[in-house]
Design a protein around this ligand. Sequence first.
Ligand code: NAD
Length: 377
Amino acid sequence: MNIGAPRQPGPEPRVGVTPEIAQRYVEDGHTVQVESGAGEAAGLPDEAFREAGCEMVGSAWEADVVVTVGPPGDAEVSRLTPGARLLGLLRPLEEPEAMRRLAESGVTAIAFETLPRTTRAQSMDALSSQATLAGYQMVLEAASRLPRIFPMMVTAAGTIRPATVVVLGCGVAGLQAIATARRLGAVVRGYDVRASAAEQVLSLGASFIEIDVTPQDSSASGGYARPLSDGDGTRLLDGLAPHLAAADVVITAAAIPGRPAPTLISAEAVSGMRPGSVIVDGTAERGGNCVLTVADQVVRAGGVTVVGPTGLEARAAADASSTFARNAYELFSYLYDAEIAGADDEIRTGVTITRGGEVVHPEVLARIDAAQMDAMT
Ligand code: NAD
């Protein structure tokens, strides 16, 4: 097959194929076309792709299999070849209508967002590889804004106490935030509604915040938490407030796929926090875990700084590209390698959003139907 790695639309610095991975596609008997300049922002010059056996082209959106990091814009969709496969982070649950347009263009759309979180699928899990990098960046963001340092320091001028960091939502991003804050020497506390997260938090040397709400067993919902009842939601806000008041930094990464981020920090809780403390809300794009969060803006509330940076994973574009490219190679090989192909298993059905001119993913279809019902009423 002919694999295409296009230049990404907008400010996206990542690229879906790296020279290392291109070499693997070539060894497997495929050809790789890379759009000139596609890897530049990730520190991957055209020359490196040429040396890996790629053909440099003016546009790679016309290939048989297009590996894109983010969703294509309208201009890019019009360049896709009917019958082609498009692999990437396509936002199918957030933008179901765009999936319908992809179906109409005759493309088989394969989205990482709907990959089941199973052991077999781990090597293909681009959401996780990118969230790991984002969790790391959330802590760097907080450290750069905090008027204090993270580690304890014993100096001739006295002892500086370590910063206290609270991490809410201990999924992939949150756990990496905990690990990073610990490496920087902070005292770290974590909270998640999944009871199974406690063990992981403790294994990273942080303590787990216990709050009296019904734990959300993840196994019933494909490895993800479920929304809380109203009563539990209120108990959670109240239970977290004293922990927030004792924190220097709060990092939030609590999410439920395809839904707005749950509210964990009220304006009142922010007003109870220490002057100089910082909230880095990793869920700004989904509305935020803190009610004061505004995406990509710095909000000052009393003495507290609230930031909601987006695109954090892309800040380390080289590592983000290399991990994404590996995930894409694994998924591609799983779906299209002759020896494995054929089985309509849960990975294949999970990631396939459109096929044969139609949207085939039940959750995306349900969202398209719901949007149409909304438009009619
Ligand atoms: P994940 O699904 O692995 O983790 C989310 C965690 O939140 C889960 O452990 C879940 O149990 C927990 N959670 C759900 N509801 C909760 C509640 N009410 N209270 C406490 N915990 C709750 O997701 P992830 O991959 O770790 O990503 C987390 C968030 O980070 C997502 O919103 C994702 O979009 C975001 N993210 C942001 C950026 C950025 O640039 N800002 C980049 C990557 C990921």
